[in-house]
Design a protein around this ligand. Structure first.
Ligand SMILES: [Zn+2]
Length: 267
């Protein structure tokens, strides 16, 4: 009797182990470290107008976590509200980088004000679809470094000016870009970054044998704007969600991953 019961327990245990073993490693990893469940109110934010002439309704506040921090220089200003799609994108990307190259947190600058509209120091950032993200960086010995502010980097990946002791973290920054452009829910339109750092990142992606589709998207999404070289942060913009159009408005470029049909020119 006793022996039969023990045998049954062992059988059940073996079955449980087999089912865990059959799950893919990445699925198991994500189950163990799933990001906090989105609160219901997140689904209710609304982006109105353009990123440079718009507002945000019921903006969602980005919170710090084990994988994500607010850059101290901007932390007190309270411009950490975004469309829920953007906030979740940042959380997913931070978690992913942590899983693939552990040891550092994603450093986030400013998103939008709680109700959007003009934000000092930015031309866009008005309707919850823009965010400034600090680069992952290390000290000269390769240890992750969380800086008080954004730091500029040159083509050689070495910090400029007072930040000569810092290094651009190619591996983590590439993982971040790869995760952003591959996201299926929030579709990224722009990642502004200097030409020199863009070239470093694509080189890193090729060295890591990233899928051609991810490299292609990254190459097309990353660009250096004419008036602001973006040597010290990424500026990321996501497209409007289809159900928020036409109140939420996008302008070209409309890449193939634009969700839904692009609006007619001038509409
Ligand atoms: Zn920006």
């Amino acid at each position: 009797m006793r022996r039969a019961a023990t045998f049954a327990v062992l059988l059940a245990l073996a079955a449980a182990l087999a089912s865990v073993a059959s799950a893919s490693p990445s699925l198991r990893e994500e189950a163990a470290e799933a990001p906090p469940r989105p609160r219901v109110r997140r689904a209710r934010s609304r982006s109105v107008g353009y990123p440079w002439a718009g507002r945000l309704e019921r903006g969602v506040r980005l919170e710090e976590s084990r994988h994500l921090r607010l850059v101290p220089e901007y932390a007190a200003r309270g411009r950490h509200f975004g469309a829920w799609q953007l906030v979740q994108l940042l959380e997913r990307a931070a978690l992913r980088v942590h899983q693939r190259v552990p040891g550092a947190r994603l450093s986030v600058g400013e998103l939008s004000g709680e109700r959007g509209g003009h934000v000092d120091g930015h031309r866009s950032h008005q309707n919850g679809r823009d965010v400034d993200v600090g680069f992952y960086m290390t000290d000269a010995r390769g240890r992750p470094h969380d800086a008080f502010a954004f730091a500029e980097f040159g083509a050689d990946g070495v910090g400029l000016g007072p930040n000569r002791g810092l290094r651009f973290d190619d591996a983590r920054n590439w993982e971040l870009v790869a995760r952003l452009v591959a996201d299926g829910d929030a579709r990224v339109q722009h990642v502004f970054v200097s030409n020199a750092l863009r070239a470093r990142l694509l080189r890193e992606g090729r060295a890591r044998r990233a899928p051609a589709s991810v490299l292609d998207r990254a190459a097309r999404v990353m660009s250096q704007p004419r008036h602001h070289p973006h040597r010290n942060h990424f500026h990321v913009r996501v497209y409007c969600a289809p159900h928020e159009r036409p109140a939420c408005r996008d302008r070209a470029p409309f890449h193939e991953w634009y969700p839904g049909r692009p609006p007619l020119e001038g509409s």
